[in-house]
Ligand binder design. Structure first.
Ligand code: GLN
Length: 537
C-alpha cells in the first residue's frame, strides 16, 4: 500500500505547539499499529540548526546518525520511541544548496531555475523518497513557521501539489483567544487563519484549536460553520497538565477514528495494551505518590527550551519512579556570588547539563562542590561531567590550576582538553564528536553499571573537549572511579565520586529518553533524590 501523508500547518502565530500535535498524531497511529514517521520542514537557510544559539533557537537535538536537528525531533522521539534519521529534517538550507549544486553541474542546462517547479519538485521527491525507502504507512509532516511566512511558503506550496498526487490529510493548528472582560472565545482570528490557508489552495480536513480553557460547544459550531468543517473535526487542544496527555485527549474526542477514516486506513484496531501502558505512565505524571526537588544549574535557564531534553528526561524518570519532580532552574552565574549557594539547601538532587562557553562556569563548579560535600545526588551531563572532573582535581587532588582549555587555554592543569581528533578542525557545522558511540561499563559495582544493567551501552554525544588521560592516575588515586570508557578504551565516558550518588557522563543520555523507556541514568538519579527527600521528611 502506498504511504499516506498528514500535513500539520500552523496559523496566526508560532508557539502553539505544532510539535505536540504532530507527535500526538504519530502516537495515535502507533496505538493503531500503523508505521508512521515524522518529517519536519524548516524554512531557515542554515543547513541544519547545529550552528544556532540554543538561547535563541532552543536545544540542538542529536540523532544516532550524527545529524544535528531541530528540537521537535526530540519531541517526536519521546512520543513514539523510534530512532529517527537526519534525512527526516528538510531545511531551506539543504534544499537550496542541493538545487544550486545541481544547477552548477549543468543538470538544468538551458532552463531558468525557479521556486516552482524546481524547488517544490525537489521537496516532493524527497518526501516520496522517504516514504518509499522507509516503507511506512503514514508520513506526518510538520511545516515549521506560520502560514503567510515567506520562509515556509514553498514548503506549503509543495504540500498543496503533493495532495494532487497522493492522499494528504491537512491539519490546521490555530488559536482561539478569550478576552477576559467579555469572557467569550473568539473565532475571528481562526477564521482569518483558515482563509489564508484557503488562499494557498489548501482546505484543512481538521482544525485543532489551541486555547486555555476547553473549547465551548458554541465556539465549535461557529468555527464549523465558517470553515465548512464538520463539527467533530474541530478539535480541542486546550491547556493540559502534561503534554503526554494530548494523544489521550484527542482520542477522547474521536479524533483517532476520524483521522484514520480520512486517511483511508482500515483493518487495525487500537492496541489496548500499548494504550494502557501510555495511560498508566501519564497517570504517574499527573498523580504521583512521591516528590523530589531538583536543581538544574545551567546558563540558558531563561529559555527553558535550551534544556528541553533534560527536563523531559526528568519527567520520564519521575514517571518511572512515581515521583513528582519539582525543577528549580538556577542560573549558574548567580552561584558565583557569595551566599547564593544557600539556594541549593532544599534540593534533593542537582544536575549540571551540557553547555558551551565560559560564562557561568565557576558557578557550576561551586554547585558541584556543594553536591559532593553535602552528599546531594549529582548528575553531570557532558559539560557537567567535565566540570565534575575539574572540581575533583581542584578540591580533592589539590590541583588548584585545574580547568578545561575551553575556558582557560593556558590552564596550568589541563584536566579537560580538546579531543585529539578535533585539533585543526576549523569548520563549525557538523564537526564535533557527534552521534551514537558505544561505551564499555567494566565494573559491576558502579552507578553506571547498576543503572544500565549491562556492560556495553550506546549513547549520543556532542562535544569537542574530553578528559585528559594524563590525569587518570592522580584522580583515581584520590578515589574517582572511571566507570565507563569508549569501546576502544581510549576516552573516559563516565566518572563517579564513589560515595553517595555522584556521576558524570561525557554523553547526553537525555537525547534517548522517552516516556516508554526513560534514560536509566536519570531513573537512578531520581530514585536517589527521592530517597534524600524522604529522609528529610
Ligand atoms: N563545551 C563542551 C565541549 O565541547 C561540552 C559540550 C556539551 O556539554 N555538549 O566539549
Amino acid at each position: 500500500m502506498p504511504a499516506k501523508f498528514v500535513v500539520v500547518l500552523g496559523s496566526l502565530m508560532s508557539g502553539l505547539g505544532k510539535g505536540i500535535v504532530t507527535s500526538s498524531v504519530l502516537k495515535i497511529l502507533d496505538f493503531y499499529g500503523y508505521d508512521a514517521l515524522p518529517i519536519k520542514f524548516d524554512g531557515y537557510l542554515n543547513y541544519d540548526c547545529g550552528t544556532m544559539n540554543p538561547y535563541r533557537h532552543g536545544e540542538v537535538f542529536v540523532l544516532d546518525d550524527k545529524s544535528e536537528v531541530d528540537m521537535d525531533f526530540g519531541m517526536y522521539q519521546r512520543f513514539i520511541n523510534k530512532n529517527l534519521s537526519g534525512d527526516l529534517s528538510i531545511t531551506g538550507g539543504k534544499i537550496f544548496s542541493h538545487i544550486i549544486n545541481k544547477e552548477r553541474q549543468g543538470d538544468y542546462l538551458g532552463e531558468d531555475v525557479q521556486i516552482i517547479p524546481h524547488l517544490t519538485n525537489e521537496i516532493i521527491a524527497r518526501v516520496k523518497g522517504i516514504a518509499q525507502n522507509k516503507k511506512v504507512d503514514v508520513l506526518v509532516i510538520e511545516v515549521g513557521g506560520t502560514i503567510g511566512d515567506i520562509e515556509n511558503s514553498y514548503f506549503v506550496e509543495a504540500m498543496r501539489q503533493l495532495s494532487l498526487q497522493e492522499k494528504v490529510v491537512f491539519i490546521n493548528l490555530t488559536y482561539v483567544p478569550k478576552i477576559n472582560v467579555v469572557g467569550e472565545q473568539k473565532t475571528k482570528p481562526a477564521q482569518l487563519g483558515f482563509r489564508l490557508l484557503m488562499q494557498n489552495g489548501i482546505k484543512p480536513d481538521f482544525i485543532v484549536c489551541r486555547l486555555n480553557d476547553p473549547l465551548d460547544e458554541k465556539t465549535k459550531e461557529k468555527l464549523s460553520m465558517f470553515t465548512n468543517t464538520k463539527i467533530n473535526r474541530i478539535i480541542d487542544d486546550s491547556d493540559a497538565y502534561s503534554i503526554y496527555q494530548m494523544p489521550l485527549h484527542f482520542i477522547d474526542q474521536g479524533f483517532d477514528k476520524e483521522l484514520i477514516s480520512e486517511l483511508g486506513l482500515n483493518g487495525n484496531t487500537l492496541d489496548v495494551k500499548k494504550f494502557n501502558e501510555w495511560k498508566n505512565a501519564v497517570n504517574r505524571i499527573t498523580d504521583p505518590r512521591h516528590t523530589a526537588n531538583i536543581a538544574i544549574v545551567g546558563k540558558y535557564t531563561e529559555l527553558r527550551d535550551s534544556y528541553v531534553s533534560v527536563k523531559e528526561s526528568v519527567v520520564h524518570a519521575g514517571a518511572a519512579a512515581d515521583t513528582k519532580v519539582n525543577i528549580t532552574w538556577v542560573e549558574s552565574s548567580d552561584l558565583e556570588k557569595p551566599g547564593e549557594l544557600k539556594r541549593l539547601e532544599a534540593m534533593d538532587g542537582i544536575i549540571v547539563p551540557g553547555g558551551f562557553g565560559k560564562r557561568g562556569i565557576e558557578g557550576m563548579v561551586n554547585a558541584i562542590q556543594y553536591a559532593r560535600e553535602h552528599k546531594v545526588p549529582y548528575l553531570g551531563l557532558c559539560l557537567g561531567m567535565q566540570l565534575m572532573a575539574v572540581e575533583f582535581a581542584r578540591n580533592v587532588c589539590g590541583l588548584q590550576g585545574a580547568n578545561s582549555t575551553e575556558f582557560d587555554k593556558d590552564a596550568k592543569e589541563k584536566v579537560i582538553y580538546l579531543l585529539p581528533s578535533q585539533k585543526g578542525v576549523r569548520k563549525k557545522g557538523g564537526t564535533m564528536r557527534l552521534g551514537a558511540w558505544k561505551c564499555k561499563l567494566p565494573d559491576k559495582d558502579t552507578i553506571a553499571y547498576k543503572s544500565y544493567g549491562r556492560p556495553l551501552i550506546e549513547e549520543r554525544h556532542r562535544h569537542r573537549y574530553e578528559f585528559n588521560n594524563k590525569y587518570l592516575d592522580i584522580v583515581k588515586q584520590n578515589g574517582l572511579k572511571i566507570s565507563g570508557v569508549t569501546a576502544d578504551g581510549s576516552l573516559v565516558e563516565f566518572i563517579e565520586w564513589g560515595h553517595g550518588f555522584g556521576i558524570g557522563t561525557q554523553a547526553h543520555p537525555e537525547l534517548k529518553s522517552t516516556l516508554a523507556e526513560p534514560a536509566p541514568l536519570f531513573v537512578s538519579f531520581i530514585e536517589a533524590a527521592k530517597k534524600l527527600s524522604e529522609k528529610r521528611t
